[in-house]
Design a protein around this ligand. Structure first.
Ligand SMILES: [Zn+2]
Length: 89
């Protein structure tokens, strides 16, 4: 598995409840380049476009466990610093 996310989007995340769309670069529970961070749910993640810090990710959204629709979570920044625990709840 490649550990580079960089700027190559896998696809475009589209929220089914609002009009939010954004390219994502990773789907899953453990974004690359983060050491101890594990998300509770499989999430759509993109590299934070606002910083050059490789360890900063932006969670776009995830699949709702109740209605299984793709929904955005609002802006949520993740930092892959060691010791950082679960961020999504
Ligand atoms: Zn939304």
């Amino acid at each position: 598995m490649a550990s580079h996310v960089e700027c190559r989007p896998l696809g475009v995340f589209e929220c089914e409840l609002c009009t939010l769309t954004a390219p994502y670069s990773y789907v899953g529970q453990k974004p690359p380049n983060t050491q101890s961070m594990v998300l509770l749910e499989e999430s759509y993640v993109m590299k934070d476009p606002f910083t050059s810090d490789k360890d900063r990710f932006l969670v776009l959204g995830s699949c709702c466990s109740l209605c299984s629709r793709l929904v955005c979570v609002g802006p949520m920044f993740l930092e892959g610093s060691p010791g950082e625990g679960t961020v999504l709840s």
